[in-house]
Each structure stands twice: as structure tokens, then as C-alpha cells.
Design a protein. Sequence first.
Length: 247
Amino acid sequence: MDPLTSAAASGIRARLESLDMLANNIANTSAPGFKADREYFGRYLSEEATQSPEGTTPSVQPVIEKQWTDFTQGSITPTGNPLDLALNGKGFFAANSPSGLVFTRGGSFQVSLQGQLETQEGYPVQSVDGKPIIVDNSKSVEIAPDGMVRQDGQDIAQIAVVDFQNPQALSKRGNNYFYLDVSNVQPEPATSVEVQQGKLEAANSQPAESAVRLVNIMRQFESLQKAIAIGNDMNRQAIQEVAKVSS
């Protein structure tokens, strides 16, 4: 494969990866606390290219080196639901899933029939002492900015809000959850964060921005397809010329 066609094909592959990532961002624009994915671009120099003859310029291929999660805060919107909680500042709620501890910025909680505060998926929300939070279903729930849960003026439990020195150590799991895939990283109590009751944090993926990026990706696809077509035409002409000379 000639350098032009090879570079264009590699560019299309990178754009397909970007398209998958962008589609996920668009699909979750209405998910509370969702954090958009971004990408780092780089250029790949193959081992064969490093051994190219002296005086020639080896070709490099564009690739997505890695995806990263944008943890910037989304806008906070009032809902009026006392079990909706938003975090103003850096931090995550912790919940106990069947496969272990998970973390989320989506604070759309509920109370089970047994009085347990849990996520929409039924994961118990963790208190600062690591235990589930049990409330009286028949009474209203008040939640202070520090996460303290109160009923009838009595302290019930304090919701755990944790943070990480490097949030990029978190990996995404379905339904807007994160989990730790690095064993030597541990959550720490969040310090500069406020729990706001009756509100939810919106996704930080903006539909308008995603639409603009989608248009740009499609234009890049068109340009790369034209480059491949030009490369094929050049190769065909070169073969035809060689055939004429040989005959």
C-alpha cells in the first residue's frame, strides 16, 4: 500500500473510533452527572518505516493514542425531588454494586421498600462508615450540604462523598458508574464539595458541541475518502504506464 493510501486509511480508522466515542456522548446528554469522553491524537511510526532508506521521509499514521474522561462539572438544575442530589465541586457518591464499589456523579436516588437509600439500579448508597443508609419511609428526608441525612431533626447517617487525586484512574462502567481499575489507588474523603438536595447535575456533554464535531468528522471522512480515491488512481496509472513500457 502506498504512503498516501495508507495514511488516509489510518485516518479513517481513527475517525471511526472518534465517531463511536461521540455517539456515546450524544446518547448520554440527558443522563444526570454523565462525563463526556475526549481523545488524544498521536502519530504512529511503524518499525518498517524506521528502517526506510537514508534520505527518504518515512510515513507516519494518525491514531487515537487514548481516550480520556472530561470530569468538568455540568450545570446544576433544580428538580424539586428531595431524593435528587447534586454535587457542587469535585467528588463522587459511592455505592455498593454486586461486583464491588462503584462511584457516580448521578444523584438520582430512591428509597427501597426496606427504607434503604439506593441508586436507580438498586445499589445501596454508602455512608461515611461504609454501611447502607436506612431511613423511615413514612417521614420526609432532609440532606445537609455535608451529606448528613436527617429525619425529624435527628441525624441518621452521612452520605459518603469521595474524591481521587487522579480521577483518570477511574474507568467507566455502564449506567454512568465508574470503578477503580488501579489497585494502589484509594478514594479519599472529598473536601471542597457541597451536596445540594432537590437538584441534579446535568451531563457535561453539550448537544450543540457534539453536533458540530459530528459535522467535522463527516467532512474529514469525505476528505480521506477522496485521498484514497486519488491514491488508487495514481497506482492504476503507474501500473498502466509500466505495462506500456514493458510492451
